[in-house]
Write a protein that binds this ligand. Structure first.
Ligand code: 13P
Ligand code: SF4
Length: 380
């Protein structure tokens, strides 16, 4: 916890960085990178601003970034240009027991340049609510036959909840194999916090929508469901969503199909079912990038995911015609919090030996969350 006085001092320091030109900030960030060399690893999620992506050593979707954090051996510090749950995951993986032992107990600090870069979807499931849900479900179904699956967009405490109950983590890149793994062991799944990823994936595996009740943590009883709906369920979906992806609507798809009949609709599985059902291709941010990269010149796309990624694809692929699926501007405001000023400030603090914004998951939660993360990394 940062004390209020320290927070004020930090804010003042940041103001000074914010007054600097991008060119100056870039030069100073580059100077820290040159000084620290391979000891510093800057990871950037695809939704980051271009100027931040340009300074990242590696970029990826959530799955790829977890793999990179798990594989890193040389680095002694990670600057995570993404959101809080991603930095937590990197902390757990980069500081897992075998890595700590190799480094003689030395931790790799994981720095989130702006601590207010959270994820509104991750905030839609609190561990107390999920524990209460589990307890209530145990009054209706046998929870020994229920697999808890948390989307990686969740707090470490929820990953730990899954780790303790034989459960697992998934990302948007591996949700299907993770659900297959789950159904190979148990009859039912409790999927949180994103109802859309859970529903879209399970529907494609043949689970009927009627067997996927939605659990509303604010409802008085059984998440707002009759007992029979829980008793006959295969996948219980948490009532969470991504505010960025919910802006894409079926009428946007229809509009494009009317104007450009040859258009290919490419969307992230966090979009609502009605949109995903109409799409030509569905995938994580990494899959979206690959789909565009592997298509012939002249392909026309309407893409339903965060604006920065779509705009970058437009710039990187002038040989294709790329449109943003919604008529509105919709970007992830929390991803956008990571800017050059925060990155420069946090890196210079690190280089000076006074790191700030270190994301550190408590040992007990980290150990249990690691169990669920390892299961995910082993699922192919
Ligand atoms: P990816 O799994 O595609 O990286 O998506 C993460 C995310 O937060 C999407 O909203
Ligand atoms: Fe969270 Fe949505 Fe932003 Fe992804 S795009 S980090 S799910 S709020």
């Amino acid at each position: 916890m940062v004390h209020a006085t320290a927070r004020r001092a930090q804010n003042e320091e940041l103001l000074a960085y914010k007054s600097l030109e991008d060119e100056v900030l870039t030069r100073r960030i580059q100077a820290v990178r040159d000084a620290l060399g391979p000891q510093l690893l800057i990871l950037g999620h695809h939704y980051q601003r271009d100027e931040v992506i340009a300074l990242s050593d590696l970029r990826g979707d959530s799955y790829k970034l977890s793999e990179m954090a798990a594989a890193s051996t040389e680095c002694r510090a990670i600057a995570f240009c993404g959101v809080h749950f991603m930095a937590e995951t990197a902390d757990i993986l980069a500081n897992r027991p075998e890595r700590l032992a190799e480094r003689g107990g030395q931790r790799v600090p994981v720095i989130l340049p702006d601590m207010s870069a959270g994820c509104s979807m991750a905030d839609m499931a609190e561990v107390d609510e999920v524990e209460d849900c589990w307890e209530q479900l145990s009054g209706v179904i046998d929870t020994r036959d229920l697999m808890p699956v948390t989307y990686v967009n969740s707090a470490a405490s929820l990953k730990a909840f899954c780790g303790r109950r034989g459960g697992i983590v998934c990302t948007s890149a591996n949700a299907r194999p993770v659900l297959e793994w789950s159904f190979a062991q148990r009859r039912r799944v409790l999927f949180f916090p994103d109802q859309h990823l859970g529903r879209n994936t399970a529907l494609r595996m043949g689970v009927p929508a009627e067997q996927m009740p939605v659990w509303d943590p604010r409802a008085d009883e059984l998440g707002g469901n009759p007992r029979e709906a829980i008793a006959s369920s295969r996948v219980i979906l948490w009532k969470g969503h991504c505010s960025v992806h919910q802006v894409f609507l079926p009428e946007h798809v229809e509009g494009f199909r009317q104007r450009l009949p040859e258009i290919r609709i490419l969307v992230h599985p966090e979009c609502m079912r009605e949109v995903v059902d109409m799409a030509d291709q569905i995938g994580s941010t990494g899959t979206i990038i690959r789909a565009v990269r592997e298509s012939p010149p002249g392909t026309k796309w309407a893409i339903g995911t965060e604006l920065h990624l779509v705009n970058r694809l437009k710039r990187e692929h002038p040989e294709q015609e790329i449109h943003f699926l919604a008529p509105l501007v919709c970007m992830c405001a929390t991803m956008f919090r990571i800017d050059l000023a925060h990155l420069c400030w946090s890196l210079e603090k690190l280089a000076a030996g006074t790191p700030v914004n270190v994301v550190r998951v408590g040992d007990e939660i980290a150990a249990d969350a690691l169990v669920a993360l390892r299961r995910m990394l082993e699922v192919k």
